[in-house]
Every structure is written in structure tokens, then in C-alpha cells.
Design a protein around this ligand. Structure first.
Ligand code: FAD
Length: 411
């Protein structure tokens, strides 16, 4: 088996590298230095995504007919590896990677024409309205009511209830939302998938604080309240009552991202910190056998995951998902990123923690105390706390284990 890249693929890699050098400008780099989770504030995020759009690279996983670049699996991998290695921002997944494939597969021609072009241009921001206060892992128990009506303005649903843990709802123009349109049927059959304009009267977005502390421009999760919110029936995707099918299809894309290149980049960062920081005996931490063993184990986990990703992704063409195998990648990817963020804190030692408050203030130009360590340590503690979420969102890792047992191992 020949695992080398062809000369054309290497030429493509160089093209990506050259583009990143230009596009990933000092302003974006400064924002990335502060990020706790790979995302920027909305303005920075949109600026980056629009640069990708202008180059024709906004949606590597979309089929060409909708504006995808028509890359081979090797090109998609190289693009991801290069952007991760350079520390570029993560693309917001809700529009481009999550709702877009559902609209492509189940939307009407009118819905495709209305939503796909502005998603590709990053002109509209999306949020995901799945979880409710009492419906997370057991999502099919969701209660948000959608009563159907008809008046002079046309057929519509009236939504009442609330969604929770809604990432970046405060920035969103649209929400893709699961609602209950029938209580008579089996729980899964009474759910519909609707697209809600976030400017509709009756919607309130309330921020929820997180463990990593408040950081300007980086509010992450919210609760969204709906009081008599009117949604035209034409905004429903597919058939009424079949929303569960579309919702599960979307989750394959939410969980089916690749982690390998990002893990390698994070491990390289940990090694750089350990190169600078002395251990207890004053020697370089990187030379400590115990630390080296931990680092090597994580490298092996990341390499094994990347090999699985390459195997799985090389079998699917653009616009398709890897199915239930996405649960394996989500499980191993998130556990490894958590372990790396933990090792990073260990490597930075006492510098990591005091920067939770003062470091962020310092980086935002409003220092509240003396600087206690180098800048590279500033985002480490917030990042460590932030990544505790990774084994919960997109379906908790316990739920992923259940899915793997049932659908991958057939137990
Ligand atoms: C940072 C973050 C961002 C998020 N963003 C969004 C978003 O944008 N949109 C959205 O809709 N949701 C979002 N979520 C919600 C996320 O999908 C849910 O938190 C998740 O599905 C778990 O649901 P829950 O919080 O209600 O926990 P619960 O379902 O109450 O689970 C509690 C615990 O019990 C375990 N458990 C539950 N059932 C089982 C079972 N059958 N077998 C074994 N263990 C079980 C779980 O693993 C967990 O440890 C986000 C969550 C986080 C943390």
C-alpha cells in the first residue's frame, strides 16, 4: 500500500500553505491567541469564513453542484491538516456542516435556493435548537409545542417552549429546530424539523455562564425562550412528523468531523511549552521520562484516530456522511482533546491557573493584576475547563458508547 501523496497532491498542499500565509492575517492570529475553543468572536469568525468563500474553499464537504470545491478525500484531508497545523480558526459548523446537508437531502428546491447560497457565503449565522431543559440524551422526549394554524397570512405553526445549551444563539439569524407537532403518535413520530427566523417576535435569548469564566466576545451557550412564535409552514423541512429522521441524519455530520490534525497541532503546542518549562529538578520538562511517556501515549492515540479517520473518510464522497461510525470518532476525539488540554495545564504548571482571570484581562487590554507568567499560558486553564464540554455536546460520550454497541458492533 502506497501512503505517499502524489506530486499533484503535494502541489495542492503548497497552494493551501501559500494561501494561509496571506489569508490568516495578524488580526485573525491575535484573536486566535485568545481563543479558548478554536472559535473567534462573530466578526472575526465571519471575516475568516468569507475569506474561505472568496477562495472557493468555504465548504470542502459540499458536492460541487452546490458550490463545493470538488476535492478528492486526499485534498480534503490535506486542507484540514494544513489549516490545523497553522492554527487557523475552526469554521462554525451549524450552517455549513450541519443544516446544509439536511437541506440538500430533504429540502425543497425553493428551500435550497433560499438557504444554501447565503450559508456558503457565511451571510447567515445558524444555531441548533435540539436540547430542552428536560430532554438532552433522551431527545425524543422533547416537548416544545408547535400548533398548526391558518389565517390571512397563510399556514403556520405557533411555537411555545424553550431550548437550552444553544451555542451562539445570541449571534444567530436562524435556528434549525425540533418541535412536537403531534402527541398522538410514537414519541419519535410526532417531531418536525423547522427553520426559525431568530428575529421573529416572541423569541428571547438568555446567556448561560460556563465553567471557563466570562470572556468578552466568547459567550458560548444560551437558553432560548419561545412565546407564541409564528413560523410559516413553508419553513418546515420534509414531512410533518418525520423530523426525527432528519435530526438523526444531521447528527452524523455533527459527530463526523475529523480530529486528527487538530490533535497533532495541540500536542505540538504542549511539547513547545514543556521545552520551555523546567521540571522539579530544574531540567527541561520535555526530558522528564514520565512526561515524555504521557506525551507519547497521546501521540499514539491521536495517530490511531487519524488512521481510522482516513480509512473512513476515504470511502465516502463529498456530501455524504460516514453514518454511525461517526460516534467512534466523536468518542475518541473528544476524550483525547480533553487529555491533551489536561497535559497542557500540567506542562505550564503554576502559570496555567492564575491566568484564568488576570490573563484574559491582560490579553483584552484590561489587566486586573500583575502578570504572573508568559502569554502562552493564558488560554490554557480556560481551554481545559472549556473542553470538559466535549464529552457532553453532540450527544454525551455515554450515549455514543450505546450507539456504537448497537449500530457499529451489533450488540
Ligand atoms: C458546550 C455545550 C454546547 C451545546 N450546544 C448545543 C446546541 O447548540 N444545541 C443543542 O440542541 N444542544 C446543545 N448542547 C446540549 C447537549 O447536546 C446535551 O447537553 C447532551 O445531549 C446531554 O444532555 P443533558 O445535558 O440533558 O444531560 P442528560 O441527558 O440529563 O445526561 C446526564 C448524564 O446522564 C448520562 N446518561 C443519560 N442517558 C444515558 C443512557 N441512556 N445511558 C448512559 N448514560 C446516560 C449522560 O451521559 C450524562 O452523563 C450543548 C451542550 C454543551 C455542554
Amino acid at each position: 500500500m502506497n501512503l505517499d501523496f502524489s506530486p499533484q497532491e503535494l502541489q495542492f498542499r503548497d497552494e493551501v500553505r501559500a494561501w494561509i500565509k496571506e489569508a490568516f492575517d495578524p488580526g485573525l492570529k491575535a484573536l486566535m491567541a485568545r481563543t479558548k475553543n478554536g472559535y473567534l468572536d462573530k466578526e472575526g469568525q465571519v471575516r475568516w469564513q468569507k475569506k474561505l468563500f472568496e477562495r472557493g474553499w468555504a465548504a470542502p464537504n459540499w458536492p460541487e453542484e452546490y458550490g463545493g470545491p470538488g476535492w478528492s478525500p486526499a485534498q480534503r484531508y490535506l486542507f484540514q491538516a494544513e489549516t490545523a497545523a497553522a492554527g487557523c480558526p475552526t469554521v462554525s459548523p451549524m450552517g455549513l456542516k450541519m443544516v446544509a446537508p439536511v437541506i440538500m437531502k430533504y429540502g425543497t428546491p425553493a428551500q435550497k435556493a433560499r438557504f444554501l447560497p447565503p450559508i456558503l457565503r457565511s451571510d447567515i449565522w445558524w444555531c441548533q435548537g435540539y436540547s430542552e431543559p428536560n430532554s438532552g440524551s433522551d431527545l425524543a422526549s422533547l416537548q416544545m409545542r408547535a400548533e398548526r394554524g391558518n389565517d390571512a397570512h397563510g399556514e403556520h405553526y405557533i411555537l411555545n417552549g424553550s431550548k437550552i445549551w444553544t451555542t451562539h444563539a445570541q449571534w444567530a439569524d436562524w435556528m434549525f429546530c425540533l418541535v412536537r407537532t403531534s402527541r398522538d403518535a410514537r414519541r419519535q413520530d410526532g417531531i418536525s424539523f423547522v427553520l426559525v427566523d431568530m428575529r421573529t417576535p416572541g423569541i428571547t435569548v438568555a446567556p448561560l455562564p460556563t465553567l471557563d469564566g466570562p470572556v468578552e466576545g466568547q459567550q458560548e451557550v444560551n437558553q432560548v425562550f419561545f412565546e407564541d412564535v409564528r413560523v410559516p409552514v413553508e419553513n418546515r423541512i420534509g414531512e410533518e412528523g418525520l423530523g426525527w429522521t432528519y435530526a438523526k441524519y444531521l447528527l452524523e455530520f455533527e459527530r463526523g468531523g475529523s480530529y486528527g490534525p487538530m490533535l497533532r497541532q495541540q500536542l505540538a503546542k504542549v511539547a513547545r511549552i514543556a521545552e520551555k518549562e523546567p521540571g522539579e529538578d530544574g531540567a527541561r520538562l520535555l526530558d522528564d521520562p514520565g512526561f515524555r511517556r504521557k506525551l507519547a501515549e497521546l501521540h499514539m492515540r491521536a495517530a490511531a484516530l487519524e488512521a481510522s479517520e482516513l480509512r473512513l473518510f476515504s470511502n465516502v464522497s463529498s456530501g455524504t456522511s460516514i453514518g454511525a461510525a461517526s460516534s467512534m470518532l466523536k468518542l475518541v476525539g473528544t476524550e483525547t482533546i480533553q487529555a491533551i488540554s489536561e497535559l497542557a495545564v500540567e506542562a505550564a504548571g503554576p502559570y496555567a491557573l492564575p491566568f484564568v482571570q488576570d490573563g484574559w484581562g491582560e490579553l483584552q487590554g484590561r489587566a486586573t493584576g500583575p502578570k504572573v507568567g508568559p502569554d502562552y499560558a493564558a488560554p490554557l486553564a480556560p481551554r481545559y475547563f472549556n473542553y470538559r464540554k466535549a464529552s457532553i455536546y453532540a450527544g454525551s460520550n455515554e450515549i455514543q458508547r450505546n450507539i456504537i454497541a448497537k449500530l457499529v458492533l451489533g450488540l
